[in-house]
Unconditional design. Structure first.
Length: 248
C-alpha cells in the first residue's frame, strides 16, 4: 500500500470518527475541522430533511449521536445523495442495535418516511390513463408511483405528541404520487390490501377476474355484496390514481 493511499484512508477515518482516529498528517486542526464539519453536516442535513418526524422524537444531541453512528458504522453503496435516506433505513434494519432512547417503532417510521421520499422521486415509463370518473373500466393496473406497505404501528399518525408503545392490528397504507406530483397516503383495510396485492402480481387484471377471485376468497359473504363493495373500492382507487384503467 502506497503512502498516499494510507494517508487517504487515515484522513477518511479521521473525518468519520475524529475522536477514535486522530489524524497525524501535516494539516492543522483548524483546517481539518472545516472538512469534519462539512462532511458530517451534509449527512446530518440529509437525515433531518428525510426523517423529520423521527428527528422530532429525539433531543438535538441524541439525533446527532445517531447520525454520527450512521456516518461511522455504515458504508454507503450508492454515490448519490438522494440514496442517503435509503442507506440510513438499511443501516437501522441490519446494523444498528436499538437503545433505550429509541422508540419501539423506529424502524417502521424510518421506512415510512423514506418511502415518501422514494415515491416523490420515483421514475416511471408507465402510460397512465387517468380515469375520467364515468367511463366503464374493464381492466386495471397499479400505478408504478404507488406502494402498498404494512406496519405493526400506525406510522402515519406518529408525532412528538403521539408515540404508540404497543401494536394492535396491522396497518395497511398506500403511499402514492398523483398526476400533479403530490405525494399522498391512504389507509386501506386488509381486504383492499389483498385486492391491491393481486393487481400488482397480475400486472393487468380484469374486473371480472378480480370479482371471481374476491368471491372465492370470501365464500362466507354474499356475492352481490362483494361485487358492489369491489366496485366502490376500485372507483376510489382509480380516483386517487393508485389504479389506472387499461384498454383492452
Amino acid at each position: 500500500m502506497t503512502s498516499l493511499i494510507k494517508t487517504q484512508r487515515a484522513f477518511i477515518q479521521h473525518i468519520k470518527n475524529p475522536q477514535a482516529h486522530p489524524f497525524d498528517g501535516e494539516i492543522e486542526d483548524r483546517r481539518l475541522k472545516i472538512y469534519r464539519d462539512l462532511f458530517f453536516n451534509n449527512i446530518l442535513g440529509f437525515l433531518s430533511s428525510g426523517f423529520p418526524v423521527l428527528e422530532s422524537l429525539y433531543s438535538e444531541q441524541q439525533w446527532q449521536v445517531l447520525a454520527r453512528k450512521f456516518f461511522i458504522e455504515h458504508t454507503c453503496r450508492s454515490p448519490y445523495f438522494i440514496d442517503i435516506s435509503k442507506e440510513f433505513v438499511e443501516y437501522l434494519s441490519s446494523e444498528y442495535a436499538l437503545t433505550e432512547s429509541d422508540p419501539v417503532f423506529m424502524l417502521e417510521l424510518a421506512h415510512y418516511e423514506w418511502l415518501e421520499l422514494d415515491v416523490s422521486v420515483r421514475q416511471s415509463s408507465q402510460i397512465a390513463n387517468v380515469w375520467d370518473g364515468h367511463s366503464q373500466v374493464i381492466q386495471v393496473q397499479m400505478s408504478d408511483l404507488a406502494s402498498l406497505v404494512s406496519y405493526q404501528y400506525p406510522v402515519h399518525q406518529i408525532s412528538s405528541d403521539f408515540k404508540p408503545t404497543q401494536t394492535n392490528e396491522v396497518v395497511y397504507l398506500v403511499i402514492y404520487r398523483d398526476a400533479t406530483d403530490d405525494v399522498n397516503f391512504t389507509l386501506v383495510n386488509a381486504v383492499s390490501a389483498h385486492l391491491l396485492s393481486i393487481i400488482a402480481q397480475q400486472g393487468v387484471a380484469s374486473i371480472d377476474f378480480l370479482s371471481k377471485t374476491m368471491i372465492a376468497a370470501m365464500p362466507q359473504l354474499d356475492v352481490q355484496q362483494i361485487t358492489e363493495s369491489l366496485q366502490q373500492v376500485l372507483k376510489q382507487l382509480l380516483k386517487q390514481e393508485i389504479l389506472f384503467p387499461v384498454d383492452e
